[in-house]
Write a protein that binds this ligand. Structure first.
Ligand code: XMP
Length: 309
């Protein structure tokens, strides 16, 4: 049985002796991993930690406001929020390949983060890396995850307090630390955010549609008291014919996906109750102009991945 209390005490002690009286910086995404990592380090070194939240424009609805309120407002953390949406959109112009998208976003993230880190002169970089991140990365499955996010050419020493934990253990730690359920129970959300839930080239309009669809999906899951390991709404390429009112419409399709998993390495599609699926479909097509069709993805991982691209 995982001992969260013991883990927290030990982690804080280790961070204190590792960082000493120097300063540290963390890229806070609002996800449970970086949040827990940030709080452990904050408990260990207080204001000597600077949290940097980079809004790349692919966040979920209300996410930036919530993060600023929780970490700066409620927890009193030293936090800067940077809105870099324009730069990210510009750098993704014409980019359609999933791995290329990740690379562009990752590099831009590092650039923006580095600009901030240079001002701060931190000696340590805190990362919310958990076990599956480096296991999957070492295995070369994908060029993603926090592991790739190390600023190049920066002489920062790494602090990775969650390196040996799995997601469910991180959540136990989050609860033990007294984090609100909006964070401790938060579903995993990919670093590149909604950009990889719009298949192919992104646009403002498509990202906004997908943001709205993800918000509806999350609201309805909450209303139905369903807690899949991860759920998402994505937009495939191409358009689909539909009728809205009495008018033939040529709109977008949205794919809804919900999976059960332990560590994201494998996953099974969730048997979502039909009434919930119907409500989600109705709300997405009624409330989001331009969407004429909603599909549910039944595929397990493998053969599919959890995200669409
Ligand atoms: P896949 O799609 O590989 O996803 O089955 C496994 C888990 O990883 C998340 N994911 C990402 N996380 N950057 C991230 O930080 C990425 O590029 C990325 N791609 C997928 C995904 O949401 C799931 O939880």
């Amino acid at each position: 049985m995982f001992d969260a209390k013991g883990f927290i005490e030990e982690a804080i002690g280790e961070i204190k002796s590792q960082v000493g009286r120097e300063t540290a910086i963390i890229g806070l995404s609002g996800g449970v991993d970086s949040s827990v990592a940030a709080i452990l380090v904050h408990r260990a070194i207080g204001k000597h930690l600077l949290a940097v939240f980079v809004n790349h424009g692919f966040m979920r609805k209300g996410e930036e406001e919530e993060i600023v309120q929780t970490f700066r407002g409620d927890l009193g953390m030293n936090l800067v929020a940077i809105n870099a949406k324009k730069r990210f959109f510009k750098s993704l112009k014409g980019v359609t390949d999933p791995e290329a998208k990740r690379k562009v976003i990752g590099e831009m993230f590092i650039q923006v983060f580095e600009e901030e880190a240079k001002k701060d002169e931190a000696a340590f970089l805190v990362q919310g890396t958990i076990a599956p991140d480096w296991i999957e990365s070492d295995g070369g499955i994908k060029s993603h995850h926090n592991v790739a996010g190390l600023p190049s050419g920066m002489v920062l020493k790494l602090v990775e307090p969650l390196r040996d934990l799995y997601k469910d253990e991180v959540r136990v730690v989050a609860r033990e630390l007294g984090l609100p359920p909006s964070i401790s129970e938060r579903m995993p959300f990919p670093g590149p955010g909604l950009a990889i839930r719009v298949l192919g080239e992104i646009s403002d309009e498509k990202v906004d549609i997908v943001r709205e669809a993800n918000a509806i999906l999350e609201e309805e899951l909450k209303r139905a008291d369903l807690k899949p390991w991860q759920a998402l709404a994505a937009m495939p390429e191409g358009r689909s014919v539909g009728v809205k009112g009495d008018i033939r419409d040529y709109g977008y399709a949205i794919v809804v996906r919900a999976v059960e998993s332990i560590d994201a390495m494998t996953a099974t599609s969730m048997e979502m109750p039909w009434p919930t699926l119907k409500t989600i479909m109705k709300r997405i097509t009624r409330e989001i102009p331009g969407v004429t069709r909603v599909l549910y993805d039944l595929t397990d991982k493998p053969p599919a991945t959890i995200e669409f691209e």
